[in-house]
Design a protein around this ligand. Structure first.
Ligand code: FEO
Ligand code: CA
Ligand code: CA
Ligand code: CA
Length: 681
């Protein structure tokens, strides 16, 4: 039984107050006063927000259950109803998808579904070739978005669209007929076609789908939009890092191109209708001989070291397509002759235009290089900068915000807006305030910290800092720059989501088993945080470009009885309808309900991984969906009418979704209401 209490009166024998870094005020006292202030804010928040940027107002920020009463008729917009209308489903350990009474689910687009080219049929014995996999849906479905087919012409189709999804990584055992051939058992090499197939099972799928007259969704055969982007697809480097010498490879002597995107976890969708796919744990794909040379800081800070996860560099082929995964400098070589810098071409957000199938994916380096989980765009405003947020999912890493230099105009907006701007990193102060710290050499505060750090060991990694050459160097070393700026190390930031009704930004902090008692802070207050929590903030003045914000914790995950307390009141007490651990996927639907997906541990208490819905106003949280055995539940979107929901199942362990087949297949699950109504209501 965990009680994660923000109340200073809570007495836990294991709880030791921490003195904040200024040495002035005990941590618990600061928290108590912060929460009191928030409570005081309750009555006036509606009025305070009424002037802000055309969001429709609900009982925004209110902690009371009677949504709307705070507004007292001061606004013309009636509160949006975000209450939940379904009965929570119990935890489940069955090898099937569970949805509430009145809902149905069906697996769709499993790994191996043919979508392009010659539409090669999926063979359940694992014998599809690498070339065939390049024309089939990849493995390990993750972030996903539905683009109405008529979106470009202002339409809103819920019958036909482009479903775009990430394929984060692979199950080698399921991918090949008899599992992978290990280099160690095969004279030090791997069969090139196995490697080709593994690279092809990564990346992104763009699938043109359409509902038939019976309401059944299917792939539009032969559509020009159907597309696979893989770990081998040519891509451009864009933004400040384009042309930087630390990205020179034999493939791109002028450091403007690379091949492939890898470990694509979550995503984002831009205000101009493109898809941004995140490169998360890309570091594991590269081998670097630790003894051969001192590893550059660009690799040390990301742990590019030792052997690679899948030994792709050991393909029994002379193709540099495979050899590039060994980033060890060759003796007598240079960046022009070996792939020492290949791993510097990964770690970005990659923009894909699903409506332009011939378009080349663009790595948007101004958004920083780190373990990007995904990206979430603030609602675009005509004539204002574009703002987006991205978390770095690793223990003690950071949350970032990008603000474009140029203003957004709907008529002309495109990805070039993401090539110029300021990258900020978040500092969460213990008093509930927060700051965005610019990672720009043009920022006097940051430049001074950089100067002061020269010759010092920086951050937890203890890298001896010898300066930045220029802004491209800052961005290639985003984590190091954030260390120097003094960002707050978080409990593994995963997805973000923005409340369409209030503008509050939510982020999941999935867990952090390594946080010690000496390392807790108000935003990450749990020692060895096994279950995770969800943080949220509101930008000052509700302007997404602001450099200050106010934050609080939306909910602590955990077992039954886990409380989230504001003032004296437990605003959430988890029970059997909503216990969960390790929140990961997060999405506000088009009506303002929050969907929380989990990627954590399964046991008798929690059962399989799940998805819950939350009313952000009342913090009513209910379990909506439980996945099959061994999976994580990740990626969720609906059609614009909110009547069809797509949910991804990643790395199911057993023979799901087809019990008659002997290998698992990652798949999308389509959830609908039997009466065709709005999901969640
Ligand atoms: Fe791929 Fe951070 O989950
Ligand atoms: Ca995953
Ligand atoms: Ca994730
Ligand atoms: Ca995760």
């Amino acid at each position: 039984m965990a009680k994660h209490d923000l109340d200073s009166n809570y007495l836990d024998p294991n709880y030791e107050p921490v003195v904040n870094h200024s040495g002035n005020t005990p941590f618990a006292d600061v928290l108590a006063s912060r929460m009191q202030r928030r409570t005081v804010m309750k009555g006036s928040v509606g009025a305070a927000l009424a002037g802000f940027m055309g969001f429709s107002l609900t009982g925004c920020g209110s902690d009371s259950n009677d949504s709307g009463s705070d507004l007292g008729g001061n606004t013309e917009t009636p509160p949006v109803d975000t209450t939940l209308g379904f009965q929570a489903v119990p935890v489940s350990s069955a090898n099937e998808v569970v949805v509430p009474e009145g809902y149905v689910s069906e697996a769709f687009l499993p790994w191996g579904t043919p979508i392009t080219g010659s539409y090669p049929e999926y063979r359940p014995d694992g014998t599809n070739t690498g070339a065939e996999q390049e024309q089939q849906v990849g493995m390990h479905h993750d972030g996903m978005h539905f683009y109405p087919i008529d979106q470009k012409s202002g339409g809103n189709s819920s019958e036909e669209g482009l479903l775009v999804m990430n394929h984060e990584y692979i199950n080698q055992g399921a991918l090949h007929a008899n599992g992978p051939t290990r280099a160690a058992d095969n004279g030090g090499v791997r069969p090139a076609d196995e490697v080709r197939k593994e690279i092809a099972a990564h990346g992104v799928s763009v699938v043109h789908i359409k509902k038939d007259s019976e309401g059944k969704w299917d792939v539009v055969f032969g559509s020009r939009y159907n597309r696979r982007i893989t770990g081998a697809t040519p891509m451009d480097i864009r933004g400040p890092v384009r042309g930087y010498h630390k990205l020179v490879t034999p493939y791109s002597l002028n450091a403007t191109e690379t091949r492939g995107t890898l470990n694509n976890c979550a995503m984002g969708t831009s205000p101009w209708g493109t898809y941004l796919t995140a490169e998360e744990n890309w570091h594991g794909y590269f081998a670097h001989d630790n003894d051969a040379a001192v590893r550059p800081r660009e690799y040390v800070r990301h742990n590019v070291s030792g052997s690679s996860r899948y030994d792709w560099e050991k393909a029994d082929s002379a193709l540099d397509q495979y050899q590039r995964f060994d980033v060890t400098p060759q003796e007598g070589g240079s960046a022009e002759t070996d792939y020492r810098f290949e791993a510097n071409t990964f770690g970005y957000m990659v923009e894909i235009d699903p409506f332009t199938p011939e378009s080349k994916p663009q790595k948007r380096t101004a958004l920083g290089r780190f373990g990007h989980e995904g990206v979430i765009f603030a609602p675009a405003k005509e004539g204002e900068p574009v703002v987006c947020y991205s978390g770095d999912d690793s223990q003690f890493e950071y949350i970032y915000k990008f603000v474009s230099a140029k203003p957004y105009y709907a008529a002309t907006a495109d990805g070039s807006l993401l090539d110029e701007g300021t990258l900020y990193v978040a500092r969460f102060n213990d008093d509930g305030s927060g700051e965005w710290l610019a990672l720009s050499l043009d920022d006097a505060g940051f430049a001074a910290k950089v100067s002061a750090a020269e010759g010092e060991e920086v951050g937890r990694s203890g890298i001896l800092f010898d300066g930045f050459e220029n802004q491209a160097d800052v961005l290639v070393n985003t984590r190091l720059a954030a260390d120097i700026a003094g960002a707050t190390p978080m409990d593994r930031p995963e997805w973000g989501a923005i409340d369409p009704n209030t503008g509050e930004v939510y982020f999941t902090l999935t867990n952090n088993s390594r946080r010690t008692e000496d390392e807790v802070d108000a935003a990450n207050p749990i020692v060895r945080n096994r279950n995770g929590h969800i943080i949220r903030w509101q930008e000052a003045g509700n302007e997404f470009t602001a450099t200050e914000f106010e934050w609080d914790i939306f909910v602590f995950a955990g077992e039954q009885g886990t409380e989230t307390v504001v003032g004296d009141e437990a605003v959430v007490t988890l029970d059997d309808t909503n216990i969960f651990n390790s929140p990961d996927g997060l999405w506000f639907d088009y009506n303002g309900r929050l969907w929380i997906q989990t990627d954590g541990y399964s046991n008798e208490t929690f059962g399989n991984q799940m998805m819950l819905a939350a009313d952000p106003v009342t913090r009513d949280i209910r379990r909506f969906f439980v996945g099959p055995q061994g999976c994580e539940v990740t990626g969720v979107v609906t059609t614009p009418d909110s009547a069809t929901m797509f949910v991804n199942i990643q790395h199911p362990r057993n023979n799901w979704p087809n019990a008659a087949e002997d290998r698992p297949r990652d798949a999308t699950v389509i959830v609908t209401r039997s009466d065709g109504g709005v999901i969640g209501v």
